[in-house]
Design a protein around this ligand. Structure first.
Ligand SMILES: *Cc1c(COP(=O)(O)O)cnc(C)c1O
Length: 422
């Protein structure tokens, strides 16, 4: 599918008069419409709720939009919990799925009344010691081990993943939790990341529904919810077919009606924790070409770098690039599009065919709305850019200011040497 940016050259030129590049830009309309489609896809399930994975795009303005669309949050750290609390999410609107968890994180999750999802059986005692009780509603994360294969060859290796409990541990955990006072139990699993197929959630649902029936039989537990977690992907490449969330919802419904309903478990609520799917396509990184270099290859140097978007550098991930204003020009030039870090993996694209790029052109790096800004860092003393929201009425709102040298030096605020940079 052709990848079209949600912003035009004219809009970028106007925005850049106030906010210099590079900046991350989010599309409120796209975010809201997509969230509504997700809810429509699971409307058949009475207790359905999406808990947005905060780590994908931890911005309070984005979280508030998603809350208005009916989402909760999925957190895995103290500060993500605080961010959710600050945005008005309360108790059962917050899922806490963490592993290798510091005690203060569990204490805070307990204080907020968040639903805790235990990654390990030893965490039962750990949580009881920290909170002085076991919450009435609690969840356990499952890892089936081995290789998890979906129909069309897409697979992953849960056996190598650090998360979750074995089936035997799940059974044991459900027995212990009930003895300690838990009344409503949940099951969670995240087995494959960034799936671009309509088969992942339905396949995972089958696995978890069958497990739920077995757990109920073995332990008599009341299973209140099943959490399909994240993993629904987006088409980063133009040749990829996007997921059809309505078809995915129907696939899950079929599994629900075939497995849970006959087992008398038709009241189980379904949860999801989508991050990438909720925000990925609805954010882009806008950067300016500031340098051209001709050596053994043709390079376009831009004012963003891997510190603004690290996926290409660390995973070799593909991010589509549009040269703003040259949407219809032929892609007859091959470039490496590079940032300024002293790391040769700081390349947004390698051997990419693009229209001829001139210094001063704006490049739109697509699908940076999730795991984009969020993974930013300060290597080479690079400062994080602003995040901007393109609102439904076309206005632009700054939702995070760009860092200044003062921010970079803030952790030296006890040190006289750097006082004058504040
Ligand atoms: C990262 C994560 C998610 C979101 O994953 P996406 O691939 O962005 O949808 C959901 N749940 C948990 C527990 C996660 O760690």
């Amino acid at each position: 599918m052709e990848k079209k940016p949600f912003v035009t050259l004219e809009q970028i030129q106007t925005i850049a008069e106030t906010y210099p590049t590079p900046f991350h830009l989010y599309d409120e309309k796209g975010i809201r419409e997509n969230a509504r489609r997700l809810h429509q896809a699971f409307a058949w399930n009475k207790g359905y709720k999406e808990y947005f994975a905060v780590k994908a795009t931890p911005n309070p303005f984005i979280l508030k939009i998603l809350r208005e669309e009916g989402c909760g949050t999925d957190c895995s750290s103290l500060t993500e919990l605080m961010l959710s609390e600050g945005c008005g999410f309360t108790g059962p609107e917050i899922m806490f799925s963490s592993n290798d968890t510091p005690a203060e994180d569990f204490a805070y999750a307990g204080k907020l009344g968040a639903t805790i999802n235990l990654d390990d059986i030893t965490h039962i005692q750990y949580v009881e010691d920290i909170l002085g009780r076991i919450p009435e509603t609690i969840s356990c994360r499952y890892n089936p081990g081995g290789v998890y294969e979906i129909s069309n060859g897409i697979m992953d290796n849960p056996g190598d993943a650090k998360y979750g409990m074995t089936k035997a541990q799940m059974i044991e955990a459900f027995r212990i939790l009930q003895k300690k006072g838990a009344k409503t139990l949940g099951i969670h699993a995240f087995l494959v990341s960034n799936t671009v197929t309509n088969d992942y959630y339905p396949a995972l649902a089958r696995t978890l529904f069958e497990l739920a029936v077995e757990l109920k039989k073995e332990t008599k537990a009341h299973i209140g919810f099943i959490n399909l977690s994240g993993g629904v992907g987006i088409p980063y490449r133009p040749e990829q077919e996007p997921n059809d969330i309505l078809a995915i919802g129907e696939g899950v419904r079929k599994a629900f009606e075939e497995i849970l309903v006959p087992a008398g478990m038709g009241d189980v609520a379904l949860f999801t924790e989508c991050g990438r799917f909720m925000l990925g396509p609805y954010g882009c990184l806008v950067t300016k070409a500031i340098h051209e270099k001709h050596t053994y290859k043709e390079y376009i140097g831009v004012d963003a770098c891997a510190a603004n978007l690290m996926r290409p550098a660390i995973y070799g991930a593909y991010h589509h690039i549009t040269v703003a204003g040259k949407e219809d020009a032929p892609c007859d030039h091959m470039y490496d599009v590079v940032g300024s870090l002293c790391e040769n993996n700081d390349k947004f694209a390698i051997d990419r065919m693009l229209p001829q790029v001139e210094t001063g052109d704006y490049l739109i790096i697509h699908d940076a709305g999730a795991h984009g800004f969020a993974m930013g860092y300060n290597y080479n003393g690079k400062l994080r850019s602003a995040e901007l929201l393109l609102k439904e009425d076309g206005a632009v709102q700054m939702i995070r200011r760009a860092e200044t040298p003062g921010d970079y030096f803030a952790t030296f605020d006890f040190c006289d040497l750097l006082k004058r940079f504040k």
